[in-house]
Design a binder for this molecule. Sequence first.
Ligand code: SF4
Length: 337
Amino acid sequence: MNFSNKLIDWYNLNKRDLPWRLTKDPYRIWVSEIILQQTRIEHGEKYYHKFLKKYPNISYLASTSNDELLKIWEGLGYYSRALNMHKTALIVQEKFDGKFPSKYSDLIELPGIGDYTASAVSSICSDEVQPVVDGNVLRFLSRLYKIDLPIDTAKTKTYFKNLGFKLIKGVKPGDFNQAMMDYGSMVCKPRKSCCQDCMFSSECVAFNTDSVMQYPFKKKKIKIKDRYLNYVVILSDDKKTRIKKRNSEGIWKNLYEFPLIETKKESTHNDIIKKLDIDFLELKDVKRIKHKLSHQLLHISFYIFRVGDIFDDFISIQSLNKYPFPKPLNKFISELV
Ligand code: SF4
């Protein structure tokens, strides 16, 4: 039996019981694929249900506001994914008469949809022969064939895509793609790969040359940038505070936050008070946390000030949970309420 048939047999016996595997509706498959980018399956599954409850079809999604959508997405990270979904929903309403497309050539034109998502949706929903290349596939194939190419280049992705086209021939494309991804995440795992139980171990070149952990590898080392975010949390005696929408490009665009002073290094509360240049605020407390993103380490400080007078734009602390906030701020707010 060839590689692909063997893999699909394994998939039919071992596939994970996941809610999006019960449907071939391109809208639902697209929702699951976008949610699962950079997200663990268990975490993504909860969001999948929550998202579809609020937006059971594309017209609900098209008519939502960014604030409402980001509230649903809160805690998932990579918020541009949600904003692109909204843009896509509007295009689908207009250009495809509200019917979510399932052809690769249509999908690839939509915001936030790249080769991976277009291949996954088109192969699962319309049996289009489009192999997916994600992290699991790259790891599995680079070990199996001991492919000496750094996986973080466009050239390598094309190489693996072409390899995928050879392997997918003659089998059901949707099943093949899901089998590849499942095998990569359940057997050929990043750290503890189950080589002893792997049905491909006799032909796996990395395993037979004792070099499994050397694959896959990257060309560039990710440089982590330190950022120092100082939030000025002003609390009035009647439990009100001030927030604002984050409009700048970069992380957390369109989410809400407290007034922010970003500095080049860690600040003391005296530094912040000097920068504020307001003398009627009374410093109550300072809380510091660290939050890691893929390319940034955020050093977040919350300077909590008390104020007697209320400003016009203050809102009650109780109502903060109506607004979408980044995860580390949400945690702080839950302790504040
Ligand atoms: S033998 Fe190990 S490294 Fe090779 S494909 Fe199987 S699980 Fe992956």
